[in-house]
Design a protein around this ligand. Structure first.
Ligand SMILES: Cc1cc2nc3c(=O)[nH]c(=O)nc-3n(C[C@H](O)[C@H](O)[C@H](O)COP(=O)(O)OP(=O)(O)OC[C@H]3O[C@@H](n4cnc5c(N)ncnc54)[C@H](O)[C@@H]3O)c2cc1C
Length: 502
């Protein structure tokens, strides 16, 4: 029996069920394939690959110590599996389920077909609290909880290598066609980094987590910063949760509310990924049919898109967020929401074009969180009250001293604080705003109202909610606009009835 453990976005040696199951039944081949086809997709980038490469190097070292070095190959998975199968005669391939982009979805289907045709058993295990083939979102909480509550699996005591083939090298980004870019030192995606982040968070770094997470400056230190290692899979979501529970029951130097907040967010991780798992088209199509009909595509060379993407819209705070993201590969949640909302609502850009650009800039790009969040923040779901963030107000609220804005927009270093977020009022030489500040908001509101007034809009929203909505809130609670619409309709009916009576 020759078994192969296929590593993908699960680059770890602990809490790895495919590895544990395979190791329990005999010799194994641990394989990672660096796929130029994947790294050529428009949502991938060099910074993401550098994080993956750091996790791969660490995993490779540990698997070698355990007895079965990681085999790294470059090419297509089907070709690599085919070659290995011809050489050793594989009987079983074990892997984690992946909720990825359309490319990896098609790749996984091809692997399933390959195994079927070659007579190889292919077993896939869930890796998050995400349920494949979920029929009813009402059942998600229980099914997901069952996965997440199980204790993390320890690493196998030892591994027996099923091949003496040379391990191979982790390719450089250039070998995968990933060229130099502005972020040359992205956050590490290793397990070592994740464990150190958890330690420092519980030792005090997370003390002001709840308050500081919305600030672009303080958030960089106060947030857990686990996302990169979660996206490479160097640490599992269950391990992160287990560390939180241990800290909760132990002697953490941070308030319990901070730990509980982190626990909720780790659950959101799976709540969002379930959406893409249940509706993979979400990567390309608005979830709500009326919003999909209203979409207008944005060309790659659209000047407004390019201004937003490079942090040159003339709105200092939005520009500072984008420039900081370009340089560091990370942005806190609120600022991610703001740059998305600003692009789609104020600037009238298509969410898909903006989402692709952000995906490439995020070192922690996780398709299952990213696309549902991009759709939510750009008002495409019909089930979340659209938040139209005003970048001027956000700048005043979240960067009250102007330190963040000045740091990333050196052109405004000498601008007085009172005018820092509205330099056009000072007649400054900074980029002129790409849109009229208040017109953008008015246009966004009018576009949204038009779509929401379409017949059948709320019935379709209800269907979206049934499929994807969080069951901790009711649809009615979450939708003041829908309630207002119903109330207006009722008042109009009452008036009509009164008119009839008279
Ligand atoms: C438009 C947009 C796109 C996003 N794209 C991604 C993405 O590609 N990858 C990604 O990991 N996160 C994404 N997020 C969610 C969130 O912004 C990041 O998870 C967070 O900022 C990462 O920093 P952290 O690890 O310090 O998070 P913390 O605040 O410390 O949270 C801990 C973990 O909880 C999860 N989490 C936190 N907030 C959310 C959320 N709102 N939704 C789902 N899970 C959450 C993440 O796994 C995160 O690592 C996106 C948010 C928006 C608004």
């Amino acid at each position: 029996m020759v078994q192969l453990v296929w590593f993908k976005r699960d680059l770890r040696h602990t809490d790895h069920r495919p590895l544990v199951e395979a190791a329990a039944s005999g010799p194994i081949i641990p394989l990672y394939v660096a796929e130029p086809g994947y790294w050529g997709q428009p949502d991938t980038s060099r910074r993401q690959y550098l994080a993956v490469a750091s996790a791969l190097a660490e995993l490779s070292l540990r698997l070698e110590q355990l007895g079965a070095p990681l085999i790294v190959r470059t090419g297509t998975v089907i070709e690599c599996l085919g070659r290995i199968h011809r050489a050793v005669g594989l009987t079983r391939i074990l892997a984690h389920q992946e909720t990825g982009n359309a490319w990896s979805f098609a790749r996984d289907r091809a692997v399933r077909r390959f195994c079927q045709e070659a007579g190889i058993t292919f077993v896939e295990y869930p890796q998050f609290g995400v349920v494949r083939g979920l029929r009813d979102r009402d059942e998600w909480g229980v099914l997901s909880g069952k996965i997440l509550r199980a204790p993390p699996l320890p690493e196998p005591a030892r591994l027996i290598a099923a091949t003496q083939a040379p391990p191979g090298n982790i390719p450089s980004p250039e070998q995968l066609g990933l060229v130099e870019e502005a972020c040359d030192q992205p956050q590490s995606g290793t397990r070592h980094a994740a464990l150190a982040l958890l330690d420092s968070f519980f030792a005090g770094r997370g003390a002001h987590y709840r308050r500081a997470m919305s600030s672009p400056l303080a958030g960089a230190d106060a947030c857990s910063r686990l996302s990169v290692s979660l996206s490479t899979g160097a640490i599992s979501i269950r391990e992160a949760l287990a560390a939180c529970y241990a800290a909760r029951n132990g002697r953490a130097a941070v308030p319990l509310t901070a730990i509980d907040s982190l626990i909720s967010r780790l659950h959101w991780h799976c709540h969002f990924i379930q959406k893409l798992e249940s509706e993979p088209q979400m990567e390309h199509r608005s979830v709500h049919p009326a919003h999909e009909r209203a979409r207008v595509a944005t060309a790659d060379n659209d000047p407004t898109l390019l201004a937003w993407a490079s942090g040159r819209t003339g709105y200092p705070f939005a520009d500072a967020c984008m420039r900081s993201l370009i340089a560091t590969g990370w942005l806190n949640f609120r600022m991610r929401a703001m740059v998305t909302s600003f692009a789609v609502h104020h600037l009238g850009l298509d969410w898909r074009a903006c989402g692709l650009h952000l995906a490439r800039l995020f070192t922690d790009y996780e398709p299952g969180i990213h696309w549902p969040q991009v759709q939510m923040q750009s008002g495409q779901t019909g089930i979340n009250t659209p938040r139209i963030y005003n970048p001027v107000k956000q700048g005043l609220d979240q960067d009250p001293t102007g330190a963040f804005t000045r740091r990333w927009i050196p052109e405004l270093a000498d601008m007085p604080l009172a005018l820092l977020q509205t330099p056009w009022l000072a007649g400054s030489g900074y980029v002129a705003p790409v849109i009229d500040p208040s017109q953008g908001i008015r246009d966004a509101r009018s576009r949204l109202s038009k779509v929401r007034a379409e017949p059948g809009y709320w019935a379709a929203s209800q269907a979206v909610f049934q499929k994807h909505g969080s069951r901790t809130r009711t649809f009615e609670n979450d939708h003041p606009a829908r309630n207002r619409a119903i109330k207006t309709e009722k008042t109009a009916m009452a008036k009509r009835q009164l008119a009839l009576e008279f």
